[in-house]
Design a binder for this molecule. Structure first.
Ligand code: BG6
Length: 484
């Protein structure tokens, strides 16, 4: 007996900046993603730092008028090929597609009073295509792609004005797309502002003159929480039956040993991770989190009305990404491994992907149980998948059994969690079609069920090919997860 209900939302997840391309078409303005440079791989030390961006890097990028070093500018040309791609998702039987709206297609600099009609028309065409195929959209308002101008002019979300810009943009989304979209998400992986402050919040390192980088990060986060709460309330008022979720990178942390210092460290990491969901689901900052800011001398400006705003705009459901667990040790000399925007102690019980991310399906069950027990609201996994090098064989086939094994093991754990009583209403794997990696802008780090003929440098004809996992996932959806 399957643990998955018949109306379980099976599907995939995408982000505009990683797929659309057409960075300078349809009136689109530059976004922070358009200045993200290609890296052939991430050095493990990059995960420990803040992935900082300087004004000079932005200036150089703005002067560059092609996509050569900036692969997110070309994406996989979803902008022109969306019909074909949505048809492929439909062929797999998708019930849902998570996708994001590029803020800079609607408001090229973020500051315009009137939105760009061409941007609105483009997303309407996408939503129409999804409707034709009976695919329910889940729309992220902000997925690492804010207008670059807001970063340059205000140092991004550090400035409170960003709240109004975001509310204006969200209002247009609700007005224009509200008849198509019931499920919304505010900020992708809001917690990741502390790990990569530029792509998530437009924070530029050398613009932090009047505050420390940590203050900039926590100030930006505060403004995003307030903005999220405001648009959650607005969404409920403007779109009947709508559901607005918040989203967390679920970084379940294990102690390396049962040494109390290791346990303490892992507890702290887990509380840090939860805090971001606590604020948006309970509508208030946890006391320990506030005290931690104070103890670390991090001062942020909070307006008198903010407490009430947070309380009034609580999330209806919790969405999260899960790729891996992490391990912490009080011993700084333990061997490290890379991960989803983090560095962790290497867990000897787990295998790793080609990019060093440790594979832990049971950790997904642990995460589901912890999250449901803590919040008692519906959960959805909006990202989970395996980044790997895939190769086309001479018959144009891709035998990605490693991806099937990864996904199967995670779905089995979801099933067990549901059978324990966890209210999980959907699963959108990352990503149903190969796209540009967020961390390295590589094309060769592939996640899809559909292969895209394009390499790291933009060579290839972008033709789409079905991988073995395409047929496997189709069967999973057809059988509601019974046949894995
Ligand atoms: C998530 C992001 O953290 O990780 C996605 O929300 C991203 O945008 C995914 O693509 C995988 O990371 P990467 O660096 O392998 O693309």
């Amino acid at each position: 007996m399957s643990g998955f209900k018949k109306d379980f939302l099976w599907g995939g997840a995408l982000a505009a900046n990683q797929i659309e391309g057409a960075w300078n078409e349809g009136g689109k303005g530059l976004s922070v993603a358009d200045v993200a440079m290609f890296k052939s791989n991430l050095d493990i030390n990059d995960y420990a730092g803040h992935n900082l961006v300087t004004s000079k890097m932005i200036e150089d990028a703005v002067k560059t008028k092609d996509a050569k070093d900036y692969p997110k500018r070309r994406g996989i040309d979803f902008y022109h090929r969306y019909k074909e791609d949505i048809a492929l998702f439909s062929e797999m039987g998708f019930k849902t597609l998570r996708l994001s709206i590029a803020w800079s297609r609607l408001f090229p600099t973020g500051k315009e009073e009137v939105p760009n009609q061409k941007g609105i028309d483009y997303y309407k065409k996408i939503f129409e295509s999804l409707k034709e195929k009976n695919i329910v959209p889940i729309v992220t308002l902000s997925h690492y792609e804010m207008p670059l101008q807001l970063s340059i002019e205000y140092n991004g979300w550090v400035d409170r004005k960003l709240i109004d810009f975001f509310v204006k943009y969200s209002k247009v989304c609700f007005e224009e797309f509200g008849s198509y979209v019931k499920y919304w998400l505010t900020f992708n992986e809001i917690d990741s502002v502390s790990r990569h402050p530029f792509i998530t919040a437009g924070i530029v390192e050398d613009q932090c003159e009047h505050y420390t980088l940590d203050e900039a990060i926590y100030q930006a986060l505060h403004h995003q929480y307030v903005a999220a709460a405001k648009v959650t309330k607005m969404c409920h008022e403007m779109i009947p039956e709508s559901k607005m979720g918040c989203m967390l990178t679920k970084l379940t942390t294990y102690p390396n040993t049962c040494h109390p210092e290791d346990v303490l460290l892992s507890l702290e990491r887990n509380l840090d991770n939860y805090a971001h969901a606590d604020i948006q689901i309970f509508g208030k900052y946890p006391d320990l989190y506030l005290r931690k800011l104070k103890n670390n001398n991090i001062q942020i400006k909070v307006a008198p009305e903010d407490d009430e705003i947070l309380l009034q705009g609580r999330s209806d459901y919790l969405a999260f990404s899960y790729y891996m667990s992490r391990t912490e040790s009080a011993d700084p000399n333990k061997e490290k491994s890379a991960g989803n925007t983090i560095m962790s102690v290497k867990n000897p019980y787990l295998a790793s992907t080609e990019w060093g991310w440790q594979i832990d399906p049971v950790g997904l069950r642990i995460s589901l149980i912890e999250l449901y027990d803590r919040y008692q609201i519906p959960l959805i996994i909006v990202e989970n998948g395996l980044g790997a090098v895939d190769t086309l064989d001479k018959n144009n086939k891709i035998h990605d059994h490693y991806r099937i094994n990864y996904l199967r093991a995670h779905i089995q754990e979801m099933k067990k969690a549901i059978d324990m009583g966890v209210d999980l209403f959907g699963y959108t794997s990352w990503a149903p079609i190969d796209s540009i990696s967020v961390s390295t802008s590589q094309m060769s780090k592939r996640y899809g069920f559909v292969y895209v003929d394009q390499d790291d440098f933009g060579n290839g004809n972008q033709q789409r090919y079905k991988k073995d996992s395409f047929y496997w996932y189709k069967k999973v959806i057809e059988t509601s997860g019974d046949d894995l």
